[in-house]
Ligand binder design. Structure first.
Ligand code: UD1
Length: 342
């Protein structure tokens, strides 16, 4: 059985469905702080083996709730996939203590769960935002992480360290997957990103007439002055987790390892606006606005290590990312009002 924290979030819900489809038993926990209860019924509707999904509403940052849950839990869990945590760069700049408290407590409680239940393997959702030196783009896993560019980035660096120290002391295994920018949605159109601050979510709103996109900063040292990111389809990102589980099954004492999970291709914000128009056929109205605090100018992966060691490679194009994001906007976002079972 696999334990998925943050199981109803954007990435966690995709992970749960993929695991169920592959025949795994899955135990999900979440406190719905960044999702909704309807995700449970969506997961059960989409997955081929919904009967293998157990779920408990639980605040992972709350030590006493976790302790109570541990007292009553006797499942045989082999791996924890740890997605839970706040993930918005601008929110973390506005409320740093909230971010440090929540994200670090979640990580420490994952260690407690692993210890109490004798779980050997952990896969941690880290982030490319840990890299800070633009002179070293594209980043490999050895690139210095000194100085996360936002409190959110620091929570990822610190969580990696907590997990590293924990695993070194116990002999546990942990893979830190440093995600670049996940976008796109599940092929059903029922699971997708809802984060108000994310670029793709705001492109969708603008393209579909809800708002005008704010492009945050046009004076960076890039070809058109806007920030560069390495966007990766959520399906490819989840495949990297499946490859990680397989890798840990084969390498029972793999220790702590870091993998960049990105495509290796960088696009500016204006590139993304154009790509959306070219693939979906909708104009994205936008204004050029000041920089957003905490944004690193360029994040692009060197993904060689994941390709070589995990045997994984990203498959989906930017066009597919845009089309699938629009699919979720048309179907998933408004789905609950038509979904009588939720
Ligand atoms: C995202 C993830 C973060 C992950 C990181 C990895 C979210 C909320 N954040 O952060 O968890 O660790 O990727 O690289 O999913 N932008 C605009 N206008 C907008 C929104 C964004 O111009 O309305 C710009 C931003 O300034 C940035 C780029 O688009 O340059 C991407 O922003 P965003 O989608 O928020 O992702 P990250 O901040 O990179």
């Amino acid at each position: 059985m696999i334990l998925v924290t943050g199981a109803t979030g954007y990435l966690g819900s995709h992970m749960v469905v993929e695991l169920l489809n592959r025949g795994y038993k899955v135990y999900g926990i979440d406190n719905f702080s960044n999702s909704s209860h309807s995700i449970i019924s969506r997961i059960k509707r989409i997955a081929t083996h919904p009967e293998n999904f157990l779920f408990r509403e639980l605040d992972l940052a709350d030590k006493s709730s976790v302790g109570l849950w541990l007292m009553h839990n006797s499942y045989n869990i082999s791996t924890i996939v740890h997605f839970a945590g706040f993930k918005s760069v601008p929110d973390s700049v506005a409320e740093p203590i909230l971010y440090y408290r929540n994200n670090l407590d979640c990580t420490m409680n994952v260690c407690t769960i692993a210890q109490c239940l004798g779980i050997k393997n952990i896969i941690f959702s880290s982030s490319s935002t840990v890299y800070s030196d633009v002179n070293q783009v594209p980043f490999n896993e050895e690139t210095a992480t000194i100085g996360g560019s936002s409190p959110y980035g620091w929570t990822k660096i610190m969580s990696e360290q907590i997990l590293r120290d924990y695993c070194n002391s116990t002999g546990n295994n942990c893979l830190h997957l440093r995600y670049f920018n996940p976008v796109g949605s599940h092929e059903s159109g029922l699971l997708g990103d809802t984060n108000d601050n994310g670029l793709m979510v705001n492109i969708l709103r603008a393209a579909n007439g809800e708002s005008i996109l704010s492009v945050f900063g046009d004076d960076y040292d890039t070809k058109d002055g806007t920030c560069i990111r390495d966007y990766i389809h959520v399906d490819d990102l989840i495949e990297a987790h499946i490859a990680s589980i397989n890798f840990m099954d084969k390498n029972r004492d793999c220790g702590v390892q870091i993998f960049n999970i990105g495509t290796g291709n960088g696009y500016t914000v204006l590139d993304m606006i154009n790509a959306f128009f070219n693939s979906v056929g909708k104009e994205v109205p936008y204004n050029l606005d000041p920089r957003r605090e905490g944004d690193p100018p360029i994040l692009i992966a060197n993904n060689r290590k994941a390709v070589d060691i995990l045997g994984w490679s990203p498959k989906k194009t930017l066009e597919e990312m845009c089309i699938s994001a629009q699919h979720y906007y048309e179907k998933g976002v408004k789905y609950d009002s038509n979904d009588s079972s939720t």
